[in-house]
Design a protein. Structure first.
Length: 388
């Protein structure tokens, strides 16, 4: 059995991920259709290539897919045709068209341990892909029944590489950043208020402890209200050392942005009202008519923004019309916006104060594999059941 990998893009992240996956799978990265010579463009094409006996060794062990992740807990990977993984709805459409199916002929028979088959796991590499359980379960449902599972990071996914994605080391090193978020309708007034908001969340460490206030104090810059991303270098120890290095320089990430929701085509309503309550009541009444905002929907829209219900979602944004000129049906586009403060902090071993980075390292020939990160369950979401 062998592993095979799919990396469809050419961004710096994807180039670095390709090295990691090629080294980890022992050359199992599949870039082209060997019969046509054309690049593999979609997940469906990748699975079709894996299925060719003259290209791969079947049954496969695991499958790997690298893609940029989105803060909404989805990914940009092309699935089939024009469908990507960027929304729950697109994944559902691809699944309905068999665009996610991993045929049993690729996977079976499985190796057995303690009388149970060891599942074939489809590993997704990319930031936040595993953040929301309904999204992961829809991926799993579309891929098929049996001894099959999906896995994806719940945090920032990072490779130690040059800014263009080229290698710094001879091998490939992967690590992650904690994912801390404060999202509010109105801007945070002071840095101390923002630090207090992060602290109040009691964000968990990978060992189940609570992130200390000192972590936020170090990560949030003085000019916290300046729009854009700030990267602050920090040194992290490597235990064991990697290619003779006992440490390396990694980065904290701080990002402040005005984040949107919508746009939603709706009646004009009270577009000129100065009363926030009046506008919110109108928006809530309109959105309640849409299936994706109803509690019975498999992945309600408001959950993707970390709200428990529609009412909280509406009150979490300031709502504005994009234009007051209606279309032929008397409708205009409404959108919401809020203030989003995002912190990423490299995950280090919380059991000591030596700032030892949690990482995977794979040598270029694949003979050396240090996989402390992969073996830390709290960094990943994993789904192995067939329930929707």
């Amino acid at each position: 059995m062998a592993d095979y990998a799919f990396v469809p893009g050419g961004t710096s992240f994807e180039l670095a991920a390709k090295d990691y996956l090629e080294f980890r799978t022992g050359g199992g990265w599949l870039p082209i259709n060997v019969d046509t010579g054309l690049p593999l463009a979609t997940f469906k094409e990748f699975i079709a290539e894996v299925e060719k006996a003259h290209v791969t060794i079947l049954p496969v062990d695991d499958l790997w897919v690298a893609s940029h992740g989105l803060w909404t807990g989805a990914m940009t990977v092309p699935l089939m045709g024009t469908l990507t993984g960027e929304t729950f709805e697109a994944v559902s459409s691809a699944a309905a068209l068999s665009g996610l199916a991993v045929p049993s002929g690729i996977r079976d028979p499985r190796k057995v341990k303690n009388g149970l088959p060891i599942p074939c796991v489809v590993h997704f590499v990319g930031c936040f892909v595993g953040r929301y359980d309904p999204y992961m379960r829809r991926l799993k449902l579309g891929m098929g029944e049996g001894a099959l599972g999906v896995e994806a990071p719940v945090m920032f996914d990072v490779f130690f590489a040059h800014s263009d994605g080229s290698q710094v080391l001879k091998g490939a090193l992967r690590y992650m950043l904690y994912d801390f978020r404060v999202a509010v309708r109105d801007p945070v007034a002071t840095r101390q208020d923002l630090l207090a908001a992060f602290s109040a969340q009691k964000n968990p460490r990978i060992d189940g402890g609570v992130i200390s206030d000192a972590v936020y104090d170090k990560a949030v810059p003085t000019d916290f209200s300046k729009l854009g991303k700030v990267k602050q270098p920090m040194n992290a120890a490597l235990n064991p050392a990697v290619e003779g290095r006992a440490s390396l320089q990694v980065q904290n990430v701080y990002d402040y942005e005005i984040q949107g929701a919508g746009s939603f085509l709706m009646p004009k309503g009270p577009f000129d009202s100065k009363d926030r309550n009046v506008i919110e009541a109108f928006i809530e009444d309109q959105l309640r008519l849409r299936s994706e905002f109803q509690d019975a929907y498999p992945f309600p829209y408001f959950l993707r923004y970390d709200f428990k219900d529609l009412s909280s979602f509406v009150k979490g944004f300031t709502w504005k019309p994009a234009s007051t000129t209606p279309d032929a049906s008397g409708r205009i586009i409404w959108f919401g916006f809020r203030h989003f403060y995002h912190v990423g902090v490299p995950i280090v071993n919380p059991s000591n104060d030596k700032q030892e980075l949690l990482y995977d390292y794979v040598s270029a020939d694949g003979t050396v594999q240090q996989l402390a990160l992969s073996n830390t369950p709290s960094c990943f979401a994993r789904v192995f059941t067939d329930e929707p």
